[in-house]
Ligand binder design. Structure first.
Ligand SMILES: [Zn+2]
Length: 103
């Protein structure tokens, strides 16, 4: 098993908190389990459906990160976790991006 590095994120789960929707667009906020503000949008600029889809994606990020990191640690043993050319290469790149690095 590969050594796992633990990224420091606001504790999950992250929750999408809806605030207002008016002519200026959608105002939303994503909070961590500790109530910390993770992300917010007060400017609009996209249609309502797109804004909410963006907010849901942000709120789901911790679970997706954990799932992706877990897959990298336990599932791909065929390439000895090198994963530069196997089907997990995009996943490895995404996890590296979340950790602030590159592959
Ligand atoms: Zn691989």
């Amino acid at each position: 098993m590969r050594k796992m590095s633990k990224a420091k994120f606001t504790p999950a789960p992250w929750v999408l908190e809806y605030s207002t929707y008016d002519v200026n667009g959608v105002n939303w906020e994503v909070e961590g389990a500790d109530g910390a503000h993770v992300a917010q949008n007060n400017f609009g600029g996209n249609d309502r459906e797109t804004e909410l889809a963006n907010a849901r994606l942000i709120a789901a990020a911790p679970e997706m990160y954990e799932a992706a990191d877990g897959l990298m640690n336990y599932h791909c043993s065929g390439c000895n976790h090198n994963c530069t050319n196997c089907q997990f290469a995009p996943l490895k790149a995404a996890v590296a991006k979340a950790k602030g690095g590159t592959v």
